[in-house]
Write a protein that binds this ligand. Structure first.
Ligand code: 8YV
Length: 320
């Protein structure tokens, strides 16, 4: 929807979904153009693109060179999320457009959901819930036994802020921690593996907490999944793009891995239908940061970054 033109305030394109109360706050501060994610760009929008000086967007929304090219006066892209892989950062840098994100405020909630997915898959929590609701406990007796996280190795791909918090939670459940990063960290004592395949061979549960984007596209492929093996679980709270999704579906269908907990997918909100019938898969609708508290903090930080820019102040969270 194109809102009223208010010449006094900087014009900002806001790409949904962003919580309504954050949109309200943004409306107080900016002359807003609000568009749903992936919507057709209406003619009315195209007539107004030269007014746009800022964009507020979920980090995964596609803001490519073609879209930015329609906005000759664009100065800043404020991503609502820690990831900013949806924005063409190279184009932004070349054109002097600043890029910001919302780190830290979501770390705990994302790590919480990562741990929840580890527990949900290993302990068959969702499967058990379905078993009770379907009356199978009464008709078929006890559910198959589940697996304890205790003593199992969690292999973290991308030991950054979220990975470290996930490691802390997993340690509290008695898990050993190993990780893969581009280089070894000297501030942790966790076991380092120089490749994802070596990590997959060594761990029982592989959790993805690395950034999306070209550098990690299809990092987890058929070879890595086969190294994870029939007793291994995959948990993805990073980006769908990090996993070769057809290879993952095949590995799950053929029981080449034991199960998966997935919050993110290659073509959200479309999820491969083959996964819907699998008992050993727990699915979430990209919900890791989706608490009222965290999304509010993320939204406020997004607006704060835009405000700082338009006031000529240092940006709280500039990434490019
Ligand atoms: C959000 C995210 O789901 O931080 C990220 O990179 O993917 C998430 O926190 C998203 O940005 C909000 O829609």
């Amino acid at each position: 929807m194109i809102e009223s033109v208010n010449g006094d305030k900087p014009c900002v394109l806001l790409i949904e979904p962003i919580p309504s109360w954050i949109v309200d706050r943004a409306r107080d501060e900016f002359d807003l153009i609000v568009l749903p994610h992936e919507s057709e760009r209406p003619a009315e929008f195209l007539e107004n693109t030269d007014r746009i000086r800022g964009i507020a967007m979920p980090g995964f929304a596609k803001v490519d060179a073609a879209l930015m090219g329609l906005m000759p006066n664009l100065e800043i892209i404020a991503c609502f999320g820690v990831g900013y892989d949806g924005a063409d950062v190279d184009y932004a840098v070349q054109h002097g457009i600043a890029v910001t994100n919302t780190p830290d405020v979501l770390t705990d909630c994302v790590a919480d959901l990562g741990m929840a997915l580890i527990l949900a898959t290993l302990r068959k929590i969702v499967e058990g819930d379905r078993y009770v609701r379907d009356g199978r406990w009464e008709s078929e007796g006890i559910l198959d036994l589940s697996n304890s996280p205790r003593g199992r190795c969690l292999g973290i791909v991308g030991l950054g802020r979220i990975g470290l918090e996930l490691a802390k939670r997993a340690e509290a459940f008695g898990m050993e921690i190993a990780y893969h990063n581009r280089s070894r960290r000297d501030d942790v004592s966790y076991t380092y593996h120089a490749s994802v395949t070596a990590l997959a061979e060594a761990c029982d549960v592989m959790a993805l907490t690395c950034p999306g984007g070209e550098a990690t596209q299809n990092l987890i492929d058929a070879e890595v999944l086969s190294a994870l093996g029939p007793e291994g679980y995959l948990v993805n709270i990073a980006r769908g793009s990090v996993v070769d999704e057809p290879a993952l579906v095949q590995a799950l269908l053929e029981r080449k891995i034991a199960g998966a907990g997935l919050d993110v997918f290659a073509a959200e909100p479309t999820v491969p239908e083959a996964l819907f019938t699998l008992e050993n898969v727990v699915l979430q609708p990209h919900h890791a940061s989706a608490t009222i508290e965290t999304r509010t903090a993320m939204g406020n930080l997004t607006v704060d970054n835009l405000l700082a820019h338009f006031k000529g102040e240092a940006l709280p969270n500039q990434v490019a």
